[in-house]
Ligand binder design. Structure first.
Ligand code: NAD
Ligand code: UDP
Ligand code: UDP
Length: 341
């Protein structure tokens, strides 16, 4: 379903150059940093399925080998244990740069400025050396606790530079700056995605994010922990919609930044209700104090991605949640090694 994607089955591009029409598309060589993580592993599945060769670079800080184990033995797949903070030499056509712990629990435990700054610099250096196209997975967190709603890409954001979330927010803002500097100064081909809250199978079980928390809690018959008054909002995107958007962005002509998210906006109490409907109507709700600097609301304006990438999400929260629940059920109660597609 990559209808509008230029490099789909037939004619294709290779590091900026074009393969003449009529020639069969040659698989691209693609590196996915953070490819053993939640989003990265789903992206790898799609790239392998369309015939590309994929190198995953991951230090397994939050990712798991299990997420990509089904590709072991495929000659078009390679897994390298490597921290992107260290330089690396590879020969590739495209770089999807995802490496970065994304959950507040993880990034507060181990502030990740180095990964976002030095790691991004190294991947841009790699893009420069081999002439590869570079895609950064930035975040809606660059908008901070937004004073504009919904958030449009032209909004500069409202970020606390010295708070507990700053390592992530400011780290990604720096990564965006580096990306644009390499683009303007060195003519590197770049793409920037600002990803809004995403959920789906293979999410880390205990990473503290709200959807994984509620789903695991409901399955384990524990109370759903709602932080604060539960009236803060988020917009939840199913992972396959995001992967489609990332690939369209990479193959398209536009640098971005592009918001990639589902505009369906829910309070945390409404999310808890959807989880109750989906898993256990008797699940109890327990209120907990909220964390510092928690954004009060968040919802993407996706007009730009709709217009320029021909992209919009197609899976609603009520459709996507059950797909994640079956994976979580298996991982919590069944074979710990199982991975869902
Ligand atoms: P994840 O934690 O599941 O995946 C991140 C991967 O990066 C993991 O496999 C981890 O081991 C790896 N990694 C971390 N630091 C590394 C390093 N220094 N060197 C090499 N590998 C490293 O998170 P995810 O949800 O899949 O997020 C992927 C990307 O998307 C991240 O850049 C994140 O900031 C961004 N993002 C995600 C969301 C979301 O809701 N999931 C929202 C906004 C942005
Ligand atoms: N780099 C890398 N792989 C490469 C090329 C560069 O990891 O194939 C790293 C390099 O070690 C440096 C960073 O990317 O730390 C930025 O590289 P660039 O060439 O842009 O900057 P310079 O090395 O000239 O400071
Ligand atoms: N949250 C919650 N219960 C939880 C975990 C999180 O109510 O068990 C809230 C959290 O305070 C925030 C929202 O859910 O308002 C989204 O948090 P998450 O960490 O998933 O993502 P982010 O804050 O990065 O958007």
């Amino acid at each position: 379903p990559m209808g509008a994607r230029r490099a789909a089955g037939g004619g294709s591009m290779n590091a900026g150059g074009k393969v003449p029409l009529g020639l069969k598309r040659k698989g691209l060589r693609i590196v996915v940093t953070g490819g053993a993580g939640f989003v990265g592993s789903h992206l790898v599945d799609r790239l392998i399925a369309r015939g590309d060769s994929v190198i995953v670079v991951d230090n397994f800080f939050t990712g798991r080998k299990d997420n990509v184990a089904h590709h072991f033995g495929n000659p078009r797949f390679e897994l390298i244990r490597h921290d992107v903070v260290e330089p690396i030499l590879l020969e590739v056509d495209q770089i999807y740069h995802l490496a970065c712990p994304a959950s507040p629990v993880h990034y507060k435990f181990n502030p990740i400025h180095k990964t976002n700054v030095v790691g991004t610099l190294n991947m841009l250096g790699l893009a420069k050396r081999v002439g590869a196209r570079f895609l950064l997975t930035s975040t809606s967190e660059v908008y901070g606790d937004p004073l504009q709603h919904p958030q449009v890409e032209t909004y500069w954001g409202n970020v606390n530079p010295i708070g507990v979330r700053s390592c992530y927010d400011e780290g990604k803002r720096t990564a965006e700056t580096l990306t644009m500097d390499y683009h303007r100064g060195l003519e590197i081909e770049v793409r920037i995605a600002r990803i809004f809250n995403t959920y789906g199978p293979r999410m880390c079980l205990d990473d503290g994010r709200v959807v994984s928390n509620f789903v695991a809690q409901a399955l384990r018959k524990e109370p759903l922990t709602v932080y604060g008054d539960g009236k803060q909002t988020r917009s939840f995107q199913y992972v396959s919609d995001l992967v489609e958007g990332l690939m369209r962005l990479m193959e398209g002509e536009h640098v971005g930044p592009f918001n990639l998210g589902n505009p369906g906006e829910f309070t945390m109490l409404e999310l808890a209700e959807v989880v109750q409907e989906t898993i256990d109507p008797n699940a109890r709700i327990e209120f907990r104090p909220n964390t510092a600097d928690d954004p009060h609301k968040r919802k993407p304006d996706i007009s730009k991605a709709k217009e320029l990438l021909g992209w919009q999400p197609s899976i609603s929260l009520r459709q996507g949640l059950p797909l994640m629940v079956s994976d979580f059920r298996q991982r919590i109660f069944g074979d710990q090694k199982s991975t869902a597609a």
